[in-house]
Design a protein around this ligand. Structure first.
Ligand code: HEM
Length: 593
């Protein structure tokens, strides 16, 4: 459900050149990726242009001849033949490059297919699983079903992209922690025009990414999160007042929680009130959140409708306004704004230029708003369906004097010290993130430059994709007992996020010599994993894992704890009739009206 006023100030529609705003090294990286990842598109386009050129040139020559005849100028047939033949030669010559590229891409795809022939996996026609992308909107659940059917490692193909899907916790952790494997560009590149360019989330693991990640990481340190907790508590109380003003009116809680996340990120990262919650009640306020929600919804649609290419965004005055705000005020020490301003561009050794700052600012909002907001929604939904869990949570809040009761109508706000004491709420949030990981499709890695051998067992030609699907890892029966049950209690025992070694399904030899490529081996053998607490192989990774894990996870955890504690302490949530029961809350993709 999307509601709010019509406007498009946050992101405007505008065509954008594919590489504008990228640094030289990023452009080079993109070019490399596009040819190295097995994409057929470039050679096919080149070949098509070259072949289409031939008839066009022949037609032009014949037309020229006819035109000459009409004015009485007769060209000898030999001259026409020579002219047409030389044009044909030019076309044929320009087709050589694309043909060679096409041949090598087809050969590479064939080699990948041969390398994976021993693995099980769904077998489909020429297009592979592409039809599923369009027909089935919950690809994350489809992959979980395939994992149940084919086991912890299987293959899928989408046209000429071959992927190994890994839901074995040891292999999955190993792949995500590996320093040689990198992000696959096609999973992210469509976001760049929307975010204003390549950024910390979408960019390759290169020097630029390292500089930005290292520069801004302290913004999410434990010390900073103490301030964050107080800000979240204030925003959550504001939300309580908004809802309590019209208690019987069904509210789109997801939209409200997205607004809260936007305000929290604005205040903590940029010391700026984005006014997203205020806009719900103030008809004259500029509703920035509404614009953001619409834009991210459009991005989601685009994942499933690749042909929506004609609709591209560029960051608008809001992100540019934040940048101007950062430059004109003294940003809080240690805040994202201050750290970003202090970050140096490794290629120039100068502070980041505006065109590099803008995507970083936009990506922070993009990465933080939906993920945190939707998780909060799932938590409230799960509580509404499990009164016994809600009851237990209320007891925990009451014991900390956070619960609103007749004798304590205005309890104290959640404090940073409370967060560590809310152990049952922590368990509820973890279980919600296990069942409904916001990035459920997970991550895809690739070795672009050389072949690798997975676990010393499976030789993978370069360009083979390694797909680690979060939802499947966290919801398959071979990784979890009763995976489809909402059981927060399972998290009260320590070490639940690590694999239960006795349940690993692959033959033991797969776990020997776990290095992938030349990256960090983990663990060195299956024996190192004996005894779950010491095992570092993850079966729970909603914030991903390894060098490209979630930068904002401390903020996400703080936000969720402080926000849900405040909301539940004051309000009880039921699923509105219009949702038509739990089945109605299954995700659907409808264009925002
Ligand atoms: C429940 C909330 C959240 C979840 C589940 C989550 C999950 C993730 C995941 C899975 C990734 C890896 C994405 C990929 O590589 O495809 C990621 C990356 C990232 N997240 Fe989060 N996230 C959450 C909240 C936040 C928040 C609140 C922020 C900041 C305000 C944030 C900032 C980022 C950034 C900047 C990255 C890119 C890191 C990099 O590649 O170096 N996230 N997040």
């Amino acid at each position: 459900m999307c509601q709010g006023r019509q406007s498009s100030d946050w992101f405007q529609w505008s065509p954008r050149r594919a590489f504008s705003g990228f640094t030289k090294s990023q452009k080079a990286e993109l070019t490399k990726t596009r040819s190295g990842g097995g994409a057929l598109r470039d050679p096919v386009v080149g070949l098509a242009l070259a072949l289409a050129g031939l008839p066009v040139l022949v037609a032009s020559a014949l037309f020229a001849r006819a035109a000459c005849s009409s004015i009485g100028l007769h060209l000898p047939p030999a001259a026409v033949t020579a002219c047409v033949s030389s044009l044909a030669l030019v076309c044929a010559w320009s087709a050589v490059g694309p043909v060679l590229k096409l041949t090598s891409a087809v050969r590479a795809a064939h080699q990948r297919s041969l390398a994976l022939r021993g693995l099980p996996g769904p077998q489909y026609g020429l297009l592979g699983i592409l039809p599923f992308l369009r027909a089935r909107k919950d690809l994350h659940r489809q992959v979980t079903e395939w994992a149940e059917q084919y086991g912890p490692i299987f293959k899928v193909r989408c046209i000429n992209y071959h992927a190994v899907v890994i839901t074995d916790p040891v292999l999955a952790t190993c792949v995500l922690r590996d320093k040689v494997l990198d992000k696959v560009r096609f999973q992210y590149h469509f976001l760049d025009p929307f975010l204003g360019g390549v950024n910390i989330l979408t960019g390759p693991t290169d020097d630029h990414w390292r500089a930005v990640r290292k520069g801004v990481s302290p913004a999410f340190s434990a010390v900073r999160m103490r301030d964050a907790c107080n800000v979240v508590a204030q925003c959550a109380l504001q939300l309580v007042h908004i809802i309590a003003a019209r208690p019987q009116t069904p509210r789109n809680i997801d939209n409200l929680l997205l607004r809260e996340s936007m305000d929290v990120i604005g205040r903590i990262g940029f010391n700026k009130d984005m006014g997203a919650l205020r806009a719900v009640e103030d008809a004259h306020a500029v509703d920035q959140a509404d614009l953001m929600v619409r834009s991210t919804h459009e991005v989601t649609l685009r994942i499933y409708e690749p042909y929506r290419v004609h609709k591209l965004w560029k960051p608008s005055s809001i992100v540019a306004g934040l940048l101007a705000h950062m430059r004109s005020t003294d940003p809080l020490p240690g805040s994202f704004a201050q750290l970003l301003l202090a970050t140096q561009d490794p290629s120039t050794k100068q502070p980041l230029a505006d065109h590099l700052m803008i995507p970083e600012i936009a990506s922070l909002f993009f990465a933080g708003i939906d993920t945190t907001g939707h998780t909060g929604t799932w938590v409230l939904y799960l509580l509404s369906q499990h009164p016994e869990v809600e009851e237990k949570l209320l007891r925990e809040l009451d014991a900390l004097e956070l619960l609103a009761t007749p004798s304590r109508p205005h309890p104290r706000p959640v404090s940073p010290q409370d967060l560590g004491r809310l152990s049952f709420l922590q368990a509820i949030i973890k279980e919600a993130l296990r069942l409904y990981p916001p990035v459920g499709i997970g991550q895809i890695r690739v070795s672009r430059r050389h072949d690798i051998t997975l676990a010393g067992k499976l030789h993978l030609p370069r360009g083979t994709l390694l797909w680690v699907p979060h939802h499947a890892i966290q919801n398959t029966s071979f990784n979890w007992d009763q995976p489809d049950k909402f059981l927060p209690e399972r998290w009260l025992e320590k070490g639940q996020e690590y694999a239960d070694v006795s349940k690993l399904r692959l033959p033991a030899e797969w776990y020997e010599g776990m290095g992938v490529g030349t990256g960090t081996p983990l663990p060195s053998s299956a024996e190192d994993c004996t005894g779950a607490p010491s095992c570092t192989a993850k079966r729970y990774m909603p914030f991903a894992e390894g060098p490209r894990d979630c930068l904002g996870q401390n903020l996400a955890k703080t936000s969720l704890l402080a926000s849900i504690a405040t909301l539940v302490a004051h309000l009880h949530f039921d699923l509105a009739d219009r949702m038509q029961g739990p089945a109605g809350s299954v995700i659907t993709f409808r264009p925002c009206q």
